[in-house]
Design a protein around this ligand. Structure first.
Ligand code: HEC
Length: 248
């Protein structure tokens, strides 16, 4: 688009339209942040987002199965040690159906099914399939889920950045920084999605996921705040430090 005007000189209808959009996107970004804390933040069992959460989410916790970590953690009081060890050994040996029928099923029946029964909101362990699932080594995100989340992210979020950047392109801002700010979210979005795939195979790439998310949140926050300020704060009242950009 050819730049025909600046944000401060837009007709009120456009200002209201753009403000509505930027506000909703701003709240949306915060919600996305909360959601990440809620889902990935708890992956390592501790509150707050850490590198370990990202590793557990994408690479998995390959030191053992969920069954094993629960039996050594939260579920420890539920069964005597020898029962827990038998279950853990069964999981490590590949959780076969044969050994399940012979040894494990009666133990599960006795110690677990009172809570993990049909109709409960926690996994129902009267079904072999459900127990088998938690007995497998946690390999993190599946290729299917990564593919799904990747394309939804790339298609969906690029539109948000397109409109945020479009509005911001009408701001008065040092031209070099304007180009950097407009391009940063796209670059970091690619980096972010790429980093999930890398972390799936090589856990040390988790820091790249942190960097990617941080990068585009920061760039879009600056664009949103600058655009809102320039639409609604009269040029005469702009802070002294902005005096240079008034003439850009
Ligand atoms: C007193 C009730 C109770 C008993 C008995 C019990 N559990 Fe649990 N179990 C729970 C609850 C509640 C959760 C969900 C905990 C959470 O999500 O924080 C859970 C979660 C789990 C999970 C994680 C499931 C998932 O996919 O998130 C595993 C694995 C598990 N229990 C294994 C066992 C085993 C094995 C036994 C038997 C030795 C057992 N539990 C006995 C209440 C129980």
């Amino acid at each position: 688009m050819i730049q025909v005007t600046t944000l401060s000189k837009l007709p009120p209808a456009y200002k209201v339209l753009f403000t509505g959009f930027l506000m909703v996107i701003g709240v949306g970004l915060m919600m996305a942040g909360f959601q990440i804390m809620e889902t990935h933040g708890k992956a390592d069992g501790k509150p707050g987002l850490s590198i370990n959460d990202i590793i557990y989410s994408y690479y998995g916790n390959r030191s053992g199965s969920k069954l094993e970590s629960m039996l050594n953690g939260q579920m420890e009081p539920m069964a005597p040690d020898e029962v827990r060890f038998k279950m853990i050994q069964w999981a490590r040996d590949g959780a076969s159906n044969k050994a399940y029928t012979a040894e494990i099923q009666p133990l599960v029946q006795q110690y677990c099914v009172s809570c993990h029964g049909p109709g409960a909101s926690i996994p129902n362990f009267t079904e072999f399939e459900n127990l088998k699932k938690v007995a497998e080594v946690d390999e993190g995100a599946s290729i299917a889920s990564l593919t799904r989340v990747s394309h939804i992210h790339l298609f969906g979020i690029s539109f948000i950045f397109l409109f945020v950047g479009w509005i911001f392109s009408m701001a008065q801002y040092p031209p070099k920084w304007k180009l950097i700010l407009i391009s940063t979210p796209f670059a970091f979005l690619i980096l972010d999605v790429l980093s999930w795939w890398l972390t799936k195979y090589i856990p040390s790439f988790a820091w790249l996921t942190m960097l990617g998310g941080f990068g585009y949140s920061l760039a879009s926050s600056i664009m949103i705040f600058t655009s809102l300020a320039q639409m609604w704060v009269d040029e005469a009242h702009w802070p002294e430090r902005w005096s240079r950009i008034k003439h850009l």
